[in-house]
Design a protein around this ligand. Sequence first.
Ligand SMILES: Nc1ncnc2c1ncn2[C@@H]1O[C@H](COP(=O)(O)OP(=O)(O)OP(=O)(O)O)[C@@H](O)[C@H]1O
Ligand SMILES: [Mg+2]
Length: 333
Amino acid sequence: MDQTRRALCVQHLDIQFSTPHGMARAVQEVSFDIHAGEIYALVGESGCGKTSAAHAVMGLINRINAPGHRIGGRVLFEDKDLLSLTEEEMCHVRGRSLGMIFQNPLDALNPLYRAGYQVYEAIVLDKIGKIEAWRRVAELFNQVKLSDPEARMRSYPQELSGGMRQRVMIGMMLARNPRLLIADEPTTALDVTIQAQVLELILALRAALEMSVWLITHDFGIVAEIADRVAVMYAGVLVEEADVLGIFDNPRHPYTRMLMASLPRGFKRDGRLRTIAGLLPDPTLEIPGCRFRDRCPAKIEVCATQAPALVEITPGHRVACHVAATVKGDLPP
Ligand SMILES: Nc1ncnc2c1ncn2[C@@H]1O[C@H](COP(=O)(O)OP(=O)(O)OP(=O)(O)O)[C@@H](O)[C@H]1O
Ligand SMILES: [Mg+2]
């Protein structure tokens, strides 16, 4: 992994959706970098803004699926600010160097076309010959370890199992040889054995293709297994970021600590987050102070009035908490 080169640089990303109850701030002033070649995990409970952030980076939030939305900030990728590109320019980036796999591959695969044809279509954009393109599809199906690739190429998505569809999706993304792969809950819909195989595949391909991966998950077990660095998100803001050892050995934000404490023992393969008491705040309300304070066991007076900034407490370890940023040793339970 190359820490000096950045694959993606997200600066002050802000996303608001128009709802009947007013503007909902799904993502607030989020900034982070993904280094070249690393697997960067974004973790947080349902509704905290993970998918919205990824969709904004991919240019997938638009007037049709989110009328009245507002997006602010900058997303630097290959010397461009993705947020300032036209749809046509963005299409070009998406098809070429930025790929995304979705939680539900059926959302991304067209039920009317055979799996092989959908990967073929992604390849012929490169204007290579038809025979060469089909040879490449077979190669990709092999690469993502689909058994009997010739038969799989002829199958329609709905004839494939969940794990197979996810492999086709990954193959489709790899056809473009992306510099950055965004994987949004790539294994949530899969059973545990298939989940492990897909994770191993992502790891192997990262190494072979030297791509970076932005992994979105609410499964700390997956984070422990494959991530290099981790960011924890709460109600649209980043509350902590560290390398994977830093997060597991020394979680500083009370929210991260509660997430860790709620992990079942031996979470390696069964690491779904259990719920923690309380609810995310209403995203349409302007909240003064820390967004986590209603659920926080460590809150102090200032938390009610001042939003904590994300500050570096040790090299590479950032936390947004008035208490964690000042207490050096053990934190209050
Ligand atoms: N198109 C939209 N219009 C209005 N609100 C939206 C839209 N898309 C997302 N939201 C809201 O933005 C917030 C963040 O949602 P998002 O899907 O990004 O969360 P998430 O962290 O990916 O959750 P999950 O783990 O369940 O996938 C939620 O309150 C959601 O209701
Ligand atoms: Mg999501």
